[in-house]
Design a binder for this molecule. Structure first.
Ligand code: GDP
Length: 492
């Protein structure tokens, strides 16, 4: 991933031509969205999706198909907005980062400047005492490509990336098509186990039986092990990137589960799931959870972005934490929407627009986009949303007091005959019994009577009969203090 024109495609080409040059079977006859190369007897699979659209789409569906993200930075240009975006995406997905500093063949490329910029983004290069692997490469001059591949293998070893080939296969869709004559098919990356022709499977809401498998050079395969990208034929219908692929014991089971999922999808659509919105965000949070408001901020220019961030960071965050998932300049794009969906965030736009595709995606994914052109309005609304995240506090408020004049033991539970001294006693309230000023019982008001009749409240000066919960030891002279519990909104 990386900024446009920093050389992602060239780098992928350089890596791929190394493969072809290495004399592996066949050329690249078809594009399947991912390919594997072999280096030192080990294989590395590259997700051939320059740009992070597919990556984010996958993450939005909870599938982390990548183990390592290679961030490409052009040496003559440095870290640019999309580079920062890519870094944020990779970090948000908890994916390990390797930086490829490209175009080192260009005279005057300042590597130290790039490394300083990386350091500022918490990606301190190893040679500067940090733990980020950086590789200096030239995609067009084919410099440093081998070293980059070696570093990826090394990182894989450090991360102890492992998979068991002797399991039912499990994988993720990276690309899908519906081809005339071939029906719906998809490229998947096998993550665990080994996939065989003839295996029954479930994938998202679709199911099927593997009719044929094709490798990244178009070669027909009988099986595919862990980390292999394969094109799979035999889907019941179209799937989308990020859908999970899972082998089932038989076709009937797969079909039943698929139909169940399709049915659930239809139901989900009907009973509109609750989207994340600035107004209603706290409904979706469980009690006691640390309150976090996830925001994606998009702004017209760097200056206003900084002003907004500075003001937002000044909001009190002891009780609610604002988490800036991503901040960047430019219009709101589909990527932002997918990232918002993946991280349950609200998108805040300042003096910027939402492009059409993003608006459609936001509607589909039920992501809220709020646009502002006045900073203080933006800050006020975020503050309101943060306050909304706080659980209301329960406060006790005394509504009245009564003194016990006589105890009637009419049934199993005695009734306290009282006079209300102040305020009122309410039937829906709670009360405590005080003896010599000390509370001896606390419970809800069970019955409240005026003479023989039930009363909802009894006011100062009036007589009444009170029974509390299962308390049966009233004495003349006790005080019954009635109170109610109020929910009071907390302040930040
Ligand atoms: P992408 O947009 O990130 O996929 O970038 P491309 O791979 O399309 O490269 C953008 C431009 O940079 C093209 O004109 C490439 O020829 C050029 N380029 C890519 N890598 C290198 C490199 O290592 N050195 C030089 N000098 N140019 C490069």
């Amino acid at each position: 991933m990386g900024h446009v024109d920093h050389g992602k495609t060239s780098l992928l080409d350089a890596i791929r031509s190394a493969k072809v040059a290495a004399g592996e079977a066949g050329g690249i006859t078809q594009h399947i969205g991912a390919y594997s190369i072999t280096k030192n007897g080990q294989s590395i699979t590259f997700l051939d999706t320059p740009g992070h659209e597919a990556f984010t789409a996958m993450r939005a569906r909870g599938a982390n198909v990548t183990d390592i993200a290679v961030i490409v930075v052009a040496a003559d240009d440095g870290l640019m907005p999309q580079t920062l975006e890519a870094i944020q995406h990779a970090k948000a997905a908890n994916v390990s980062i390797v930086v490829a500093i490209n175009k080192i063949d260009i005279p005057g490329a300042n590597l130290d400047r790039i490394k300083t910029q990386l350091q500022e983004k918490d990606l301190t290069p190893e040679e500067w005492g940090g733990d980020t692997i950086t590789c200096e490469v030239s995609a067009t001059k084919k410099i440093g490509i081998d070293k980059l591949l070696e570093m990826l293998l090394l990182q894989a070893e450090v991360l102890e990336l492992k998979a068991d080939p002797n399991q039912a296969a499990r994988g993720s869709v990276v690309e899908s098509q519906v081809e005339v004559g071939r029906g719906p098919n998809a490229t998947i990356i096998v993550r665990q186990g080994t996939l065989h022709v003839g295996d029954a499977f479930i994938c998202g809401p679709q199911w099927g039986k593997v009719k044929a498998l094709f490798g990244d050079s178009g070669q027909s395969l009988k099986s595919a092990g862990p980390s292999t990208p394969v094109k799979v034929m035999g889907f019941s219908g179209p799937v989308v990137p990020g859908d999970e692929f899972l082998v089932m014991s038989n076709e009937r089971e797969a079909r039943t589960l698929g139909e169940e999922r399709q049915q659930n999808q239809r139901l989900d659509k009907l009973s509109s799931s609750r989207p994340v919105t600035l107004e209603g965000i706290f409904d979706s949070m469980a009690d006691g959870q640390k309150k976090i408001l996830n925001l994606i901020i998009k702004s017209d220019v760097q200056g206003s972005l900084e002003a907004i961030l500075e003001s937002l960071k000044k909001l009190p965050m002891d009780k609610v934490q604002v988490n800036f998932v991503m901040n960047s300049i430019g219009p709101i794009t589909v990527n932002d929407v997918l990232l918002a969906k993946a991280s349950a965030a609200v998108i805040i736009g300042f003096n910027t627009k939402t492009d059409n595709a993003a608006a459609t995606a936001a509607k589909r994914e039920e992501v809220q986009i709020k646009l502002y052109s006045i900073i203080y309005e933006l800050i006020d609304q975020v503050r309101e949303a943060m306050t909304g995240l706080l659980d209301p506090e329960t406060r006790e408020s005394t509504v009245g007091k009564a003194s016990v004049k006589k105890v009637f033991s009419l049934s199993k539970f005695p009734v306290a005959g009282c006079v209300v001294d102040s305020g009122r006693i309410v039937r829906t309230g709670r009360a405590r019994v005080l003896r010599k000023g000390q509370p001896i019982y606390d419970g809800s008001v069970q019955t409240l009577k005026r003479f023989q009749d039930d009363a909802s409240e009894v006011r100062t000066g009036m007589e009444c009969g009170i029974r509390l919960g299962n308390f049966d030891e009233y004495l003349e002279g006790d005080t019954i203090e009635c109170y109610i519990l109020e929910k009071v909104a907390q302040q930040l």
